[in-house]
Design a protein around this ligand. Structure first.
Ligand SMILES: [Zn+2]
Length: 397
């Protein structure tokens, strides 16, 4: 750990270099990027398979940084692949370049926001926090349940409990909302995030409609989704931005939902890959295919359950399996968090867990309502991750 951060900080501290922020171009691969920057391609080929695959998930518009020394030579480049891991390209003391996967230095704070409605919730939340992401999360959560365009009165309260990550003192990545409440015509409407990552009403009924299905018959999961995990044997950080299903070569792959093919082609890491864009803005990805079903091409209209291709081992794959990914914009999310649930309502342990979450949120809502309405969030409690001197504490609001 110490070594990693020493490397991150070294150029800034010792060489007085300049920092150039830039955004990752849409459609750029790490190889084309290295070529453009006249960096050796070997730093890509020296990565192991998993890290090579990871580079295909760099989200477009990712906020990257380049550190130049006083002779304008690249000392370091940081490229985030998600909100937890980043690729670090750096010059070694022997004046060679190397690359590794390191955690993103960030802090996270859980905050409670209490805003009286003045115009529209989206605008009011945006005004109070400056976060478009938080405002749109809120609107998404109550979609179809509350009509904010009519029925509410000025001063009706909105309460949001959420965790926001901060990097270099600025919010980054999507906030995670744990619960929200609105009062409309004196009636409280609440939403809670359960441990499965989905939103439910007070009775445990689902707020969101999930229409996706597992893309393979008789699924057998061989690798789960993880944004960042320290590998104790390899001593490295890993991510797996999808779910792997083990299956015999040639097993049919089924579309997880209705949509349109937005990509059907091949990549170095994922091999034969199909992406399907769905009407709710999510995109599903099916990698390492042996072959596509005849007639599947860019723009093909797809129905849920249609066969789109066959399980294989193309690309950087250690054996036949389907790598199944799900993306919200260019951000990888856990595909299983948006799969259709077969059981209705909670029971047993799950019910207990949900009730605990609901009670905790209700206490926070109540406490916030008893306080003076504030237009700004206040810090509820905070947790700190990976703090080093590169990270500034965000100012309390
Ligand atoms: Zn995989």
């Amino acid at each position: 750990m110490g070594r990693i951060f020493a490397l991150l900080l070294l150029p800034l501290l010792l060489f007085g270099g300049s920092v150039k922020p830039f955004k990752w171009n849409n459609g750029e691969s790490l190889l084309t990027f290295l070529e453009r920057k006249k960096l050796p391609l070997s730093i890509y080929y020296n990565l192991d398979k998993d890290d090579q695959k990871l580079t295909e998930d760099i989200p477009y518009s990712a906020n990257c940084q380049m550190v130049l020394d006083n002779k304008n030579l690249i000392r370091q480049i940081l490229i985030p692949v998600n909100d937890e891991l980043q690729l670090q390209i750096y010059r070694t003391p022997k004046k060679r370049y190397a690359m590794q996967v390191v955690p993103i230095v960030s802090e996270q704070y859980t905050e409670t926001l209490y805003v009286p409605i003045q115009t529209l919730p989206y605008d009011d939340i945006l005004k109070a926090t400056g976060s478009k992401n938080l405002a749109s999360e809120f609107v998404k959560m109550f979609k179809g349940k509350v009509n904010f365009r009519k029925g509410f009165q000025k001063g009706d309260p909105i309460i949001l409990v959420y965790t926001q990550k901060y990097r270099l003192g600025k919010p980054f990545s999507m906030p995670e909302v744990h619960g929200a409440m609105v009062e409309i015509n004196g009636k409280q409407v609440t939403v809670y995030r359960h441990t499965d990552g989905r939103f439910y009403d007070a009775k445990g009924g689902q707020y969101e409609k999930f229409l996706f299905k597992i893309p393979i018959r008789n699924p057998r999961i061989t690798s789960k989704f993880t944004k960042s995990r320290y590998h104790p044997v390899l001593h490295r950080y890993r991510a797996h931005l999808g779910v792997d299903f083990g299956a015999r070569p040639g097993t049919p792959i089924l579309a997880t939902g209705d949509g349109r093919v937005s990509f059907a082609g091949s990549s170095h890491g994922y091999g034969n890959t199909i992406k399907i864009r769905h009407s709710n803005g999510l995109t599903s990805l099916y990698a390492h295919q042996k072959s596509f079903k005849k007639g599947i091409h860019n723009g093909s209209k797809i129905k849920q359950g249609d066969i789109i291709g066959y399980v294989g081992s193309s690309g950087l794959s250690s054996g036949p399996h389907l790598h199944f990914g799900m993306y919200d914009g260019s951000t990888a999310i856990n595909p299983l968090s948006v799969m259709k649930k077969t059981t209705e309502g909670f029971s047993g342990k799950e019910r207990k867990a949900f009730i605990a979450i609901r009670n905790k949120m209700d206490r926070i809502f109540k406490k916030a309502l008893q306080s003076k309405p504030i237009r700004k969030p206040y810090l509820n409690f905070h947790e700190t991750y990976y703090v080093d001197s590169e990270t500034f504490k965000p100012k309390p609001f």
